[in-house]
Design a protein around this ligand. Structure first.
Ligand SMILES: Cc1ncc(COP(=O)(O)O)c(C=O)c1O
Length: 427
């Protein structure tokens, strides 16, 4: 914290540009913490917020419902194959807590007392609350709370860049899947398998090899383990498809959405379940099968109204197709980026790129300057007119999804300049 004696004050923003109180402009390569879709100050989204706030700004979702929340639930179920009902919350961590609670309670509801353990893959991230920290354990982030976290069964993620010598990716993936299958066979107490859908984002942009997620979903079915997906960072177009699990051919029992749901304008998240799970919560009052969970701002109608407008805009503007086309711009810069001597690896899918910085390309040892890499890159990025946030030694490019081709080119050119100018400070 000492490194940050002051923070730049953002006073306004338009499109992909943030403006601070001194009038400096920076391109938002972080998409307001990975959630911005259409850029800032979008008139249609602002109109949706204004209109709804004049009608109903908030109403309890306990015993009641609202029109925007109902419309949104219908739309979410429509775009999510296999899903049946929606449970609202107001941030991604809560959506994952809810997913975990639903999964654990499902087994209790159907009378199975054994299934109480959660399995995950290492290096995942699902939020900063205690349940989310437990299933997404990242030692650097959560080590200080380890004693208070519940234990999970963790399996290895097939990270191509960190693969043991002598393996092909296919071999390595099979080895990882074998371990999962063996784990499932040995234990009959696993309630659910929780993972990010398509890629681990906060874990450093680890994009799963083809077939990995599908195979896990099949193993879950075979061994009667609930399959829980976190699409909070990877759904809604970030990886180039609306619903990432559709592309991965791996229909879950429970899925969580957040971040881009409202276009990045208001805080809202959703946990969806299939009919089998939903039905297990239906009982007589004294059966105590319902889910004891709810937040004050659950299903907020203004957030739901802006989410509804956001979803209409995805369709009207054919956003997913546009992302698939424009994200090819990243590929044009692969060579130029990888030639920089502190760049060890580039990982990219859709509108997401992670650039891993190393001291030694051959040994793949991460750079480890005395100052935080994030601070160095923030300062250097600012000089080049971009707002960057690194995660450990990974430079993250997570722009607003509707960024134009020319803006994305500019972002990549400025990122290259930033890595080059930061080089002497980090090595
Ligand atoms: C995959 C994933 N799940 C959950 C979360 C937590 O969401 P929130 O920050 O809204 O609590 C994040 C946040 O970055 C995330 O990347």
């Amino acid at each position: 914290m000492k490194e940050w004696d002051s923070f730049d004050k953002i006073v306004k923003a338009k499109g992909v540009w943030l403006t601070d109180s001194k009038g400096h402009k920076m391109m938002d390569a972080v998409a307001s913490m990975w959630c911005n879709v259409w850029g800032h100050s979008n008139p249609q989204l602002i109109k949706a917020i204004n209109q709804q706030s004049k009608k109903l700004q908030h109403s309890s979702q306990f015993n009641l419902t609202t029109e925007p929340a109902e419309e949104l639930a219908d739309s979410l179920v429509k775009i999510s194959p296999g899903m049946h009902k929606v449970f609202y919350s107001d941030n991604g961590s809560s959506a994952m807590e809810i997913a975990i609670k639903i999964a654990l309670q499902y087994w209790k509801n159907i009378g199975n007392k054994k299934k109480t353990e959660i399995a995950t893959i290492e290096n995942g991230y699902h939020g900063d609350t205690f349940g989310a920290m437990s299933v997404g354990y990242v030692p650097e982030f959560f080590g200080k709370f380890k004693k208070q976290l519940f234990s999970t069964i963790q399996f290895t993620v097939p990270n191509k860049y960190k693969m043991p010598n002598g393996f092909t990716l296919a071999d390595y993936q099979n080895q990882c899947l074998d371990k999962i299958e063996k784990g499932f066979s040995k234990k009959d107490n696993i309630a659910a398998f929780v993972m990010e859908s398509g890629a681990q984002v906060a874990g450093g942009v680890i994009i799963y090899p083809k077939g990995f997620q599908k195979k896990i979903s099949q193993l879950c079915k075979k061994h009667d383990v609930l399959f829980v997906l976190d699409e909070i960072a990877t759904g809604f177009g970030r990886l180039g498809s609306m619903v990432q699990y559709e592309e991965q051919k791996s229909i879950p029992d429970i899925v969580a959405y957040g971040k881009m749901l409202t276009g990045g304008y208001l805080t809202m998240a959703a946990t969806l379940t299939n009919k089998k799970i939903y039905d297990s919560f239906l009982g007589e009052f004294n059966d105590w099968k319902h889910l004891f969970h709810g937040h004050t701002y659950t299903g907020n109608p203004i957030a739901a109204a802006v989410a509804n407008e956001n979803l209409k805009m995805y369709k009207k503007n054919n956003l997913i197709k546009k992302i698939q086309k424009i994200s090819k711009v990243f590929e044009k810069f692969y060579d130029e980026i990888s030639e920089i001597d502190i760049v060890g690896d580039i990982r990219h899918k859709g509108m997401l790129m992670g650039i891993e910085l190393v001291k030694d390309k051959k040994r793949k040892t991460p750079i480890s300057p005395k100052k935080s890499i994030n601070k160095i890159f923030f300062d250097e990025g600012k000089k080049n007119g971009i707002y960057l946030r690194t995660l450990g030694n990974i430079v993250m490019l997570v722009p607003p999804l509707a960024i134009s081709e020319s803006e994305l080119e500019l972002l990549l050119k400025r990122t290259i300049l930033t890595i080059k100018s930061a080089k002497s400070k980090v090595s």
